[in-house]
Design a protein. Structure first.
Length: 365
């Protein structure tokens, strides 16, 4: 195999591939490798950790088609240190990486030890806009991290609806169009893929896996570079909670500038600790955010409200979850806090937003 490619584009691809390489080399050392394939004017890099399978490709000058398996981290470091074009050549007992002013020769990994990779599905396909990707990222914030409850570590894609919960909060989003099926995708992968710089991406959902594909843009705006990327993701087994039944009806609302509220929450949390309950109450056009600690003291901040309905009771919230909810619902502008009483779940919403957030109240002793 021999192929020459743009160094910066290859660096972009190898950076992405490195996120899907197995962290453990004990059981199968070949999984630490990236499979480089050249043919028909393209170079492709593939990597897997059995949970996800990555494929990245770009145009290349192919002198000799073929494939090699090489340590992903070592190849990425070699490419990152070069300048201009990179030529990768299979020399049998070595993989030569010609950087123009230097050459690095790496030991190949055993191709025969590399597992067979899953193929792209043929199920229904939906298209995600750049705005949809932002929605996915803001919903994924609420996914759990406790691996003993794997269902709660996922993000549910249910046609045009998206939801994530860790049992203490719930974020729900709406996509511009359906993805053609239902899939419970690992939240960490959704958060990662949501950061993809692309105008649009496709999602194919079928039994057991979802395929995310996009043309990725990188580099400066004046001279951008692109490559094709695809990730096959093993879905989480299990039934996601009926999130629609959790969304409360009715209640009184208070509307406030989200940025001012977030600043007040963070200031009070800095003084009293992020894990303490923070109580929100309203009086004469002002929202008071306060928290108390027997060991550390107490703190409070006041924020003017835009509007408040009679009977708004206020509630106690986890400050980190409340700040995350406001950021997910409305990165700027006004947000509305709506609830029945201090013991029931509260909704954080904003006019025109594609994300709603639910937060469970905390008890204040």
């Amino acid at each position: 195999m021999k192929a020459t490619v743009n160094r910066e584009t290859l660096r972009d691809i190898l950076t992405e591939a490195g996120r899907h390489v197995s962290a453990s080399r004990v059981s199968l050392p070949a999984l630490a490798g990236v499979l480089i394939e050249a043919g028909e004017g393209r170079l492709t890099a593939r990597a897997t950790d059995f949970e996800t399978t990555y494929t990245g490709g770009t145009t290349a000058e192919v002198g000799e088609p073929g494939q090699v398996l090489v340590d992903a981290k070592l190849l990425a470091k070699a490419v990152a240190s070069g300048a201009g074009a990179v030529t990768i050549t299979d020399e049998g007992d070595r993989i030569a990486v010609d950087l123009g002013d230097a050459t690095v020769r790496l030991h190949p990994l055993a191709l025969d030890d590399y597992p067979s990779l899953p193929e792209t599905g043929t199920g229904p396909t939906g298209t995600l806009t750049a705005s949809d990707l932002g929605t996915l990222g803001r919903v994924a914030v609420a996914a759990g991290t406790d691996d003993s409850r794997p269902v709660l570590t996922g993000v549910l894609l249910d046609n045009a609806d998206v939801a994530a919960t860790d049992s203490y909060r719930l974020h729900v989003g709406r996509l511009s169009m359906g993805v053609g099926g239902t899939a419970l995708v690992p939240g960490k992968m959704v958060a990662l893929l949501a950061k993809t710089k692309t105008d649009e991406a496709t999602v194919t959902v079928e039994d057991g896996q979802a395929t995310f594909a996009a043309t990725v843009t990188a580099g400066p705006k004046k001279t951008p570079r692109t490559h094709r990327m695809q990730v096959l993701i093993k879905l989480i087994d299990g039934s996601f909670p009926n999130f629609r039944a959790l969304l409360p009806d009715g209640g009184e609302s208070l509307t406030i500038d989200g940025g001012l509220l977030t600043t007040a929450v963070k200031r009070v949390a800095t003084l009293t600790g992020a894990g303490l309950p923070m109580y929100l109450s309203a009086s004469t056009g002002t929202l008071t955010v306060e928290a108390k600690s027997q060991e550390l003291g107490e703190a409070s901040a006041q924020v003017p409200v835009v509007g408040v309905e009679d009977g708004w009771t206020g509630f106690a919230a986890n400050p980190a979850f409340l700040a995350a909810a406001v950021a997910a619902v409305a990165p700027s502008g006004n947000v509305t806090l709506r609830g029945v009483n201090e013991f029931k779940p509260w909704m954080v919403t904003a006019e025109g937003s594609t994300v709603d957030a639910l937060t469970m109240p905390m008890r204040v002793s």
